[in-house]
Design a protein around this ligand. Structure first.
Ligand SMILES: Cc1ncc(COP(=O)(O)O)c(C=O)c1O
Length: 345
């Protein structure tokens, strides 16, 4: 390998996803998946497509799916873009909205994919540190970037920030603000209406969490038609496969099913918050389907390893400040009882 190739390869660092254990007996609370099945209509779609529907290329514009999403948000299809998971849309935003030497903004800590995507595009991030209590600090007047990822609710901290500071920053920014709402169905407020009223704010959503469909890879963005058009210009021709388009439509049309699963998860989340606080774990008030919690004694890294040995997988991040915490996905009540029993050994 030449020095040039080596240098270019060394510049890249891969995103580290949560472990996917082969052993099905492991209790998996490390990637914020939904413990409940998706809408039964998704299964109907799968059965229908088993025979003939896959011979053709998918609709490149995901039009029927976009119509369904547009109906959900009360907007026109020109305000909707679909992607191969919301991760694809985040990557496209960097390519579409950040000029050659432009920088990318985000809070720290937040979703660890942003700096990875930035580096792939040869860009730097200029992260803004969250306050000691993990709330969002005021954004300094001087701070303006061509693209800012505002994760709301934030991961891995689980907190929701108010809409006003997002709107204030977007209104004064010369760049695009992406409000990453992967977890918003578990929260009490969202920015969808704001995205439809401002020219430079996009909201991204995921079907991986509240809709129980991480495996089909579907996300979408809503916002001003010009921003949506920019994403269309640079996407792969067939970026969302046909099965995913149809299954996504079935799931989104069944809001009642998704909402019922979300209700159950919120109930379990609130119960687990109390149980952890009773054990003196410092646990933030989550607006997501996971908890961000600091063990009362000992290191989070040690507890992560002990839980792993007991067949329970949670997420631990090996980075300053966040290494004192664990991120625990919310499962069923029974799964949370198993998690607590593993803690109490
Ligand atoms: C904040 C945040 N945004 C986006 C995603 C990715 O979602 P998707 O599965 O739709 O690509 C995740 C996944 O964990 C996430 O935590």
């Amino acid at each position: 390998m030449t020095a040039r190739i080596r240098e270019n390869v060394a510049r890249l660092s891969a995103y580290v996803p949560g472990e996917q254990p082969a052993d099905p007996s492991v209790l998996k609370l490390n990637t914020n998946e939904n413990p409940y099945p998706p809408s039964p209509h998704v299964e109907d779609v799968l059965r229908r497509y088993a025979t003939d529907g896959l011979r053709r290329y998918p609709d490149p514009a995901s039009n029927r799916l976009r119509e369904t999403i547009a109906r959900l948000h009360g907007c026109g299809v020109e305000h909707v873009f679909c992607g191969n998971g919301s991760d694809e849309i985040l990557a496209l935003c960097i390519r579409a909205f950040v000029e050659r030497h432009g920088k990318i903004g985000n809070f720290d800590p937040s979703y660890s994919l942003y700096p990875v995507l930035a580096a792939i595009g040869g860009k730097d991030t200029v992260p803004l540190a969250l306050a000691p209590d993990f709330t969002c600090p005021p954004i300094p007047d001087r701070y303006d970037v061509p693209l800012f990822f505002w994760t709301n609710p934030n991961a891995p901290t689980s907190l929701l920030s108010a809409r006003d500071p997002i709107q204030t920053y977007a209104e004064r920014s010369e760049g695009v603000v992406v409000v990453d709402e992967a977890y918003v169905d578990f929260a009490r407020a969202d920015c969808a209406a704001l995205a439809l009223s401002l020219p430079n704010l996009l909201v991204t959503r995921s079907l991986s969490k509240s809709y129980s469909l991480a495996g089909i890879r579907l996300g979408y963005a809503i916002g001003h038609a010009d921003l949506i058009e920019a994403l269309f210009k640079i996407k792969d021709a067939y970026n969302v496969n046909q099965l995913t388009q149809e299954m996504g439509r079935a799931a989104i049309e069944d809001q009642e099913h998704m909402r019922e699963n979300v209700r159950r998860i919120i109930h379990t989340r609130d119960r687990l918050t109390v149980a952890l606080r009773e054990r003196d774990f410092e646990t933030l008030t989550s607006q997501t389907n996971f908890l961000w919690t600091k063990p009362a004694r000992g290191s989070a890294a040690d507890l992560f390893r002990q839980l792993r040995e007991r067949g329970v997988l949670v997420r631990h991040f090996n980075a300053p400040r966040i290494d004192e915490y664990l991120r625990v996905s919310i499962g069923t009540d029974e799964q949370m009882d198993r998690f607590l029993a593993a803690l109490d050994v």
